[in-house]
Ligand binder design. Sequence first.
Ligand code: FES
Ligand code: FES
Length: 149
Amino acid sequence: MRLKINGKNRTVKCPLDKRLLDLLREDLRLTGTKEGCGEGECGACSVVLNGEAVNSCLILVGQLNDGDEILTVEGLEKTPLGKKIQKSFMKAGAVQCGFCTPGMLMAAYALLKKNKKPKKSEIEDGIAGNLCRCTGYKKIVEAIAMCTK
Ligand code: FES
Ligand code: FES
């Protein structure tokens, strides 16, 4: 199968029942994407698939299509919006242990790609599927709001 991953065309060969998360981490060594719950509850494994934030632990390679575009946290700095989000997270102090951060960044990216000026409630909705046990979310929401200016 041919996929576009972080802007590069990659040909991948693996069992169709392999999870996208494992394809990324094990086969492609893109270990920035984290596994938390492994069952679609925490968002640590979020990546952007064809413009939508998805839980990569819930997607099997067999559900992907030739030519699908996947952005992971490793590809963020290659995009102007991704760079901006990363800087805002640092500036706002939105990272503590960092385990949720790759997923949060990808959720923020998908949100801001679709909606350049989300309201606070829209930001909260945008990261509703991403759990953070450290920050209390306030600084994460502030970081995303900083990107709207
Ligand atoms: Fe995928 Fe938790 S590891 S949602
Ligand atoms: Fe630790 Fe979010 S910073 S889980």
